[in-house]
Design a protein around this ligand. Structure first.
Ligand SMILES: Nc1nc2c(ncn2[C@@H]2O[C@H](COP(=O)(O)OP(=O)(O)OP(=O)(O)O)[C@@H](O)[C@H]2O)c(=O)[nH]1
Ligand SMILES: [Mg+2]
Length: 703
């Protein structure tokens, strides 16, 4: 492969709703350029970027994948990202590594939730976006419908640059308005083979209408062009392309193209326009501002080869026998094979052995990569997603990709003792390659809890765990860490006496128990006067009470926020010891605590839900059924829907992400954060107590 520098490099992320045809399109773009020798298909599992066994089996993208197309003396780096929102972490990372976005909209399905989310992601980053209407060959394909939906639901600044000739089985080519040509494909011809022709007479009226629209739209974004247009001057092809490119950078226009990637219709023309319209890696320099590692000062990073090396690792992916592969985007400088670099995020030196560019799963070794390019390298020792690679002399940390927080949790259980040992390392490695997958041990419920973006995400994570790390594990609903507390006061005695020949055991104590405010914790007060219990035995009473409190009163959950006063007791000069007083403490707890009106506490979360206005009623009704307290609603700003704030018991939130999804047809999102523990209402508490009694009985029967 020849060397490419920032001016000749285009970095584009291909985004869109699940199943809109992104992976097929990336494969076709690389194929028509000649950079990939085979036209792959989803059904055979042969596409460039859906190459992991999980993707081949399921027939959808899970990980972002990199491919490239060398075309017109340029290299287009294509980042294919997953469409399903369960895997949106990789979609966000892919967009972060690119300078422009191709937003794919299926001609049959139109604009969907995933299209909206990713379009918003791109525009928030102020990236230029190019729309592609895909699958124009499909039954019910409707170009005008898709165009209108983009216009109505995404942006009024969309403007077609290509229009289809025919639709569905009759889709036979495209009219390119810039070139003023028709690209005609023969049914049954070689894949991608076409003839260039003048606009067919029967398409002329259609062409004229769209051409007029396009030139008007471009002229309207530039005063000088507009003046000439109004004077009746002809706007030439190069001028129109240049005007469009500049308008895209300012987010004034979004061009629209049409293809069938499966039948490779319109794909070459699209590739040409990507090179012509998308900003080169050099042009995008000014939007990236970065911070240095030492102190907090900001350094400007330019895509210049002669500057110090600096790159962001936007993805790591590990495969058995290959190890971890890190994908990086160079923002400045260059890197050579074998070069030593510095990971300023973790303060470690790494060696870049065998730097490569990736064409799907094939990795092509290159001697050197330059500013603006995307590459990958295997076997870095301690570098993970979101780390910056730079040099010891010029350490830099780039702004990190902001990944969404996980919304669905499950408890994970190893299937056998053998799996148990490998479970934790396996889970941590899954987290290393996917920051939206988290794992945590809950010390209260003694469960390992994994969290992710959806049920599908966690199901796939378990499949990866099995294949890559040979660990079989099952998922269950996580236990809720209930607690218990007191609402009344009481007092009484705990007396432990045992005579079993030889030296006996004797401990005797009197205690008062009382509630403390929420969060105040446990407090032990020694009120013994005159040494009725020797001072060296009193801490043993405390210990006994704490041990008993950890096992609870009502349902086996730890008792919290209470006070114990030790005020009386007696001892025996020979038989008393620490053990006996600990037992006395336990017995006193068992006698007194039930008198103090114990209740169950449950954890509540602060929940923030963002939904379009239309779904607000349904969402609030549903929250009520979950025993949620609505705290208020807020407008999220023009066109962003409404934010509903509520406090909801954790017990009612398992799989809320899934339920919210179906309630709002995918338009709702939510986040949650621990709020507090509160007393659980009677009926709900009774259910938990009954369940605990039942499982205790089951355990006893098993023993
Ligand atoms: N008829 C037709 N089918 C297509 C075309 N492009 C893709 N498909 C099919 O549509 C399905 C989805 O295509 P993908 O390329 O996997 O779509 P994707 O957007 O990458 O999907 P995710 O990665 O899951 O978001 C597959 O069965 C493809 O074979 C097309 O141009 N025409
Ligand atoms: Mg895909």
């Amino acid at each position: 492969m020849r060397e490419y520098h920032a001016n000749d490099i285009r970095n584009v992320a291909v985004v869109g709703h699940g199943g809109s045809g992104k992976t097929t399109l990336v494969d076709a773009l690389a194929f028509v350029s000649g950079s990939s020798k085979r036209h792959g298909h989803i059904k055979d599992g042969t596409t460039l970027t859906d190459n992991s066994p999980e993707e081949v089996e399921r027939k959808y993208s899970i990980n972002l994948g990199c491919a490239y197309a060398e075309w017109m003396d340029s290299k287009v780096n294509l980042i294919d990202v997953p469409g399903y929102l369960d895997f949106q972490g990789d979609a966000i990372a892919g967009v972060a590594a690119a300078d422009g976005v191709i937003c794919v909209v299926s001609a049959a399905a139109g604009v969907e939730v995933g299209t909206q989310k990713m379009f918003r992601e791109a525009t928030t980053r102020e990236d230029p976006v190019l729309f592609v209407v895909s699958m124009m060959d499909k039954e019910h394909a409707n170009f005008d419908g898709a165009y209108q939906q983009i216009k109505n639901r995404l942006t009024s600044k969309v403007i077609p640059v290509e229009i289809p000739i025919g639709a569905g089985a009759g889709f036979k080519g495209v009219l390119n308005l810039f070139a003023r040509k028709a690209y005609l494909y023969k049914p049954g011809g070689k894949p991608g083979e076409y003839t260039e022709a003048d606009i067919p007479p029967e398409e002329q009226a259609n062409f004229d209408k769209y051409y007029q629209e396009l030139i008007e739209a471009i002229s309207a974004t530039d005063d000088a062009l507009l003046e000439r247009y109004l004077d009746g001057a002809e706007i030439g092809r190069d001028e129109a392309i240049h005007g469009m490119k500049e308008a895209m950078k300012r987010m004034d226009l979004y061009p629209l193209f049409v293809v069938s990637a499966e039948h490779i219709i319109g794909v070459q023309a699209l590739l040409t326009e990507i090179v012509q319209l998308m900003p080169s890696a050099f042009e995008m320099e000014e939007i990236h501002g970065f911070k240095g590692a030492e102190g907090d000062h900001t350094v400007e990073i330019h895509a210049v080869d002669a500057n110090p090396f600096c790159a962001l690792v936007f993805k790591t992916h590990s495969e058995p026998h290959v190890g971890e592969v890190s994908y990086f985007r160079i923002f400045s400088g260059s890197v050579s094979n074998g070069q030593e670099v510095f990971n300023a995020t973790r303060d470690v030196t790494e060696k870049m052995h065998h730097i490569c560019v990736s064409q799907g799963k094939e990795r092509i070794e290159v001697p050197r990569l330059f500013a603006g390019d995307i590459g990958c390298v295997a076997k870095l020792k301690n570098t993970h997603t979101n780390d910056t690679l730079s040099t010891r002399e010029h350490p830099v940390r780039l702004p990190q990709i902001r990944f969404p927080e996980p919304v669905v949790s499950f408890a994970v259980h190893a299937a056998s003792r053998n799996d148990e040992e490998k479970l934790q390392p396996g889970l941590h490695r899954l987290h290393d390659e996917d920051p939206t997958f988290e794992t945590q041990y809950n010390t209260e419920t003694h469960e390992t809890v994994i969290s992710g973006m959806g049920e599908r995400h966690l199901e796939v994570a378990m499949a990866k765990l099995r294949r890559k790390y040979n660990v079989v594990a099952e998922l269950t609903k996580p236990k809720i860490p209930y607690r218990e507390t007191l609402t009344g006061r009481g007092d009484g005695q705990g007396r432990h006496k045992k005579q079993s020949g030889g030296r006996g055991q004797f401990g005797d104590c009197w205690i008062r128990m009382a509630p403390r405010p929420r969060g105040a914790g446990y407090h032990f007060v020694d009120k013994i006067v005159g040494g009725v219990i020797p001072s060296n035995f009193r801490p043993a009473v405390d210990k006994g009470i704490q041990a008993a409190a950890a096992r609870g009163i009502l349902a086996g959950f730890p008792l919290v926020d209470f006070e114990v006063e030790l005020y009386d007791g007696s001892y025996h000069s020979v038989d008393s010891n620490e053990m006996s007083f600990k037992m006395a403490g336990i017995l006193a707890f068992k006698t007194v605590s039930p008198k103090c009106k114990p209740v169950l506490l449950e954890p509540l979360d602060d929940v923030e839900i963002r939904v379009p206005e239309a779904y607000m009623g349904d969402v609030m009704g549903d929250l009520n059924q979950r025993r949620g307290r609505i705290m208020g609603t807020d407008s999220a700003g023009e066109g962003n829907g409404t934010v509903v704030k509520a406090i909801v018991p954790q017990a009612e939130l398992h799989l809320y992400a899934t339920d919210l999804n179906s309630l709002t047809h995918g338009h709702g999102t939510y986040s949650r954060r621990f709020h507090s523990y509160e007393q659980m209402p009677g009926e709900a508490a009774q259910r938990v107590i009954a369940e605990s009694a039942k499982s205790k009985k089951d355990e006893e029967l098993e023993e």
